[in-house]
Design a protein around this ligand. Sequence first.
Ligand SMILES: NC(=O)c1ccc[n+]([C@@H]2O[C@H](COP(=O)([O-])OP(=O)(O)OC[C@H]3O[C@@H](n4cnc5c(N)ncnc54)[C@H](O)[C@@H]3O)[C@@H](O)[C@H]2O)c1
Ligand SMILES: O=C(O)CC[C@@H](O)C(=O)O
Length: 389
Amino acid sequence: MYQIKTFNAIAQAGLDHFKPNYALNQTDNADALLIRSVDLHPYHFPQALKAIVRCGAGFNNIPLDVATANGTAVFNTPGSNANAVKELVIAMLITASRNLFSAAKYAAANNGADISTRTEREKTQFNGTELAGKTLAVIGVGHVGARVAHAAGDLGMHVVGYDPYLSANDAWHIPTTTVRAATLEDAIAHADYVSVHVPKNTETTHMINAELIAKMPQGVVILNFARGGIVDNHAVCEALDAGRVKRYMTDFGDPEILDRRDVLVTPHIGGSTEQAEANGAVQGAETIMNFLETGNVVHSVNLPTLEVPFMSQYRLTIMHQNIPNMVGQIATLLAKNDINIESMSNAARDNVAYSIIDTNNLQAQADLLHQLRQINAVYRVRLLTRQAS
Ligand SMILES: NC(=O)c1ccc[n+]([C@@H]2O[C@H](COP(=O)([O-])OP(=O)(O)OC[C@H]3O[C@@H](n4cnc5c(N)ncnc54)[C@H](O)[C@@H]3O)[C@@H](O)[C@H]2O)c1
Ligand SMILES: O=C(O)CC[C@@H](O)C(=O)O
């Protein structure tokens, strides 16, 4: 029986997706965690913890170095909530361009006998602009960014995309009408709207800062539905005060931006739709079961992708440092133990590597596992037995 612990509200569809040999029992000794936005930086990683799946895209709430040192594979569920974020971003583009928030507040406060006369006289203060013909810079054209580019294009906007790390696979999903910018500065130079869709990391923290804002056209609207901290709030407030930035729309509140008439903050609801939560939870449950039962790695954010059909009776999976002679030491140890290797695969990602070794004869299992774990720079060794299909 595998033990699963959850944090945050995980959609029932995902919990129901687990097979009967999975216990959702909140034990501290879980084999895997299924989480959303909980901050795992202060979390003590138990030795038993083999996997963490983040239902959603962003994984900056998980200390990857601590997880790796503990031999814990970390996964996300890419794309599961991208449509939900796209719809919110489009709603925010329209909210900004048509002054919807202040107009609705005005209408709610505007009561009394002469309501229609006053409305007709005063409504000009909410005159907006149309999105068609305006330019949108999309920074980060992955799952969310590509969808935003499509939808904005459908609304008649000119879209400029910037993404120096775009995977070949993701590039297929970008509309052909999206203009590719070579630099961040080029992307924002003529933008009426700038929307960020990058992961939060050391490179992207404050990527929208005072220097970059100074290069944006006067009256630009900035949207951040990616992560707090990607946009420098102080720089935005100064630019709003100076009239350089017209509005800031974001999913991430902070004291300095709350209570401003020119900032609209939503409470991190980009992925909060029935469909997105179900998608993420089901994809997350699949990811956990696949990894725990087969050792195959798909959509990990700290391990390389490695998928090998599980054809032999036994499988050893070994997570280790990406340094010379690891595979050699492992193979030598198996040979010394008279283990015949049916297949062996190894893949690396930065300083972490992962090996899958399939065999039909595995004698003296406990001692062999102990010996493998004694190899310096090995993080975790698992022995799996092929399930009857
Ligand atoms: N508000 C929400 O609830 C919500 C929901 C989903 C995602 N998000 C956030 O949005 C981010 C993007 O989500 P996604 O599903 O599109 O992820 P994704 O991984 O599919 O796309 C991110 C893209 O950003 C690009 N990128 C990375 N660094 C960059 C840089 N320095 N400059 C330009 N591009 C860069 C990557 O190459 C990738 O194509 C997530 O990391 C997450 O933080 C927020
Ligand atoms: O779980 C959530 O509601 C937020 C998800 C979102 O921030 C993500 O990165 O996918």
